[in-house]
Design a protein around this ligand. Sequence first.
Ligand SMILES: [Zn+2]
Length: 325
Amino acid sequence: MINLISKSLAVPETLFQLSSLKNRLHPSNSNLASVYSDIEKREAGHKGEKIAEYYVRLIDSEQINIFHGLRLRTPKGHFFQIDLLLVSPQFHILFEVKYQRGNLQLNPQTKEYTQELNGEVKKIANPFEQSNLHAYLLKLWLDARGVQEVPIYHYIVNAHPQSFFTINPSDLKIASHFISPKGIVQEYSKVHKSTQFKSALNNSQMNNLTNQLIENHEELYLNIFSNYSIKKTEIQRGLICVYCGSFHVEKKGNQFKCHECKRNSSLSGRNGLKDQYLIFRKELTPTSVQEFLDLDTRYQAYRLLESNYEKKIIRQGKAFYIPKL
Ligand SMILES: [Zn+2]
């Protein structure tokens, strides 16, 4: 057996939310550009994490547990997300994973981090400060649970193949935290060697810690409306044709017929349920679905929900559904 993936890499929920939102905003909506740009950023982030995942899986050790995208809450209630975490009996390593293009420059004195791309220079979040902060917050989190203390190391991995990174003025200590995805295995080996005779968590402590990390993960969901200052009335209702994107789809019996391209697809209904759930983040009811998808009858909405739900909750005699995503 090699290393253990305790929490595997998944497409973030926020990307599904944004994709549903994009489908439902009118092409002339003033928020559309920032929705597209956020989708691009999150897709890039996920791409970087996929590259890092490939390399972290090359580590040949039975002793580490790997967690992708853990989002934890500090004892004071602040959330922090760790892109990639390796938990071992002697140490933990946290990787802040980026997918940033262009010329990246860190000034360790002013703490300014800039990205130069297509002749334009802009200031972006300093990843060294981020990883430092995450290591600190992870320590607080572990301390609050009485987990035996082992050293926490942190690195920044930029997975973009066309990027150049400089630290100016030079600072070797800070520079050693910036690595490429290929460097993940090497840094792991270095840390492993330097800590192998140090005190360590026993098997039961390791299992306990792994369970606690999994149980305390809280997935991030966007509040679409406050995030983009979008009004509920700006979300276009109705069924969307999966072939041509038109809203002129009609449900007849079990069929969804598009009046623009004349094609049929049963997916229009299922996608509509997904959009509604992902955008509003509320359990669905036949009444709300009938209204959102502009269906002729509540019974149509009921049938659609009955054939596409993942979870059904009965509360005071009423059914609430979470659709299959
Ligand atoms: Zn169509």
